[in-house]
Design a binder for this molecule. Sequence first.
Ligand code: CMC
Length: 452
Amino acid sequence: MEVLRLSIQNSELKSKKGEGLVKEKALLKIDGKNLELPVIVGTEGEKAFDIGDLRSQTSFITYDYGYANTGSCLSAITFIDGEKGILRYRGIPVEQLAEQSTFVETAYLLISGKLPNKKEADQFSKELTEHASLHQDFKHIFDGIPSATHPMAVLSAMVTILSGFHVPSGDPNKQNESEVRKFSALLLSKVRTIAAYSYKKSIGQPFIYPHRALNYCANFLHMMFSLPGEEYPVDDEAVRILNLLLILHADHEQNCSTSTVRLVGSAQTNLFACIAAGICALWGPWHGGANQEVMEMLEEIHGGGGDVKQYVAKVKDSNSKVRLAGFGHRVYKTFDPRAKVIKAACDRYFSKRGVEDPLLEIAFRLEEVALRDDFFISRKLYPNVDFYSGILYKSLGIPTNMFPVMFAIGRLPGWIAHWKEMRETKPPRLGRPRQIYTGPLKTDYIPVVKRS
Ligand code: CMC
């Protein structure tokens, strides 16, 4: 076989920043055949070869285990530069949103593509308030769920069942623009109520109805922590922290759960079912379940006397298979900007309140030891969003097994925005990767009596 050679035909493959999508061509030579590959350049200068005709023209496919080099879509929602530690939603740096915006406003930004004006913001809040309650029949479903069920299992199951109340036909193509908008608000509002109800159910307390006068985050804390017959005092600082955490989780381009939502959605599956699939993907300890793992790791270190060096040694031992939870990221290779904001928020929150959390101390020391160790430096492993978030969730009173649920509430606007963007892409296309088969060659069937 002739050597596979790829050369850029147009020598000027320079990024044309801000000019939008630009196409140039690369020439691929395989087995004496020439194939022109369009070069796609994103608004921030990211480049990709469009290999759409590769298989039909050459019979080759690409192999990219874990998709680290594969762009699965064009997207105008979120920009990440992992080398520089940049994260922007619709162009706006996440640090600015964390400082100045609210989760609801950020959700609107992600889903609608722009920040809302006053009238739009009021209308959106009104829609969220209107959708906060759950149907009485829906609430009865909670009765059959064992209290020990992980809250992520409850959330994904309940979101799928929610489709039965709102999209009985299950066909998203029967949903017009305004219905999609309605379902977006409905999901944002109800997922929060379902999360709080699942917590109340797990501790055997009565469900608390959403309060019309409370904003999104205050309402969540109210449903989580108040008791019937008692007035819930809204803690403004807790509301601020919750807004910040949810904003920082709101989107992260083509991560595992968002890609799941898009892939499931590409089969024309309804929004509710796609979100439920995203929740299941997020549950894993290498993705959104990492915040729970971090807390359990910190507790384990604390319980064992607080020796962080011993724990780091265990992580470095290749036989142990233990990873440092909350460290490392597929995209970020210098720092995770979200972790920076959360760490600063932790510092501020605890010093303002004059309280100390021994787990925060352990986290600081763990980070310090790891960042000086060649094992982590050479592999470019830094604290990610999950490293400090659990400490803040804990300070708000949220139990450890609910941490991934908090991540899911935060990520919901991103999932919806991506589902919507995918649905609006013309023509629609089923997501269906290929593989390189490595199994046995054609083998004849042997009846059971003749098998050794
Ligand atoms: N602790 C110890 N070693 C690690 C870690 C870690 N947390 N993460 C990666 N490595 C090592 C890994 O063992 C491998 O080492 P070697 O080259 O010796 O085989 C090397 O670093 C590269 O690992 P990889 O699995 O190829 O890297 P990746 O970019 O595919 O993995 C990750 C990304 C997030 C799955 C991984 O860093 C990890 O498991 N981290 C811990 C779980 C975690 O915190 N997840 C939350 C991610 S942020 C939230 C989100 O967006 O999902």
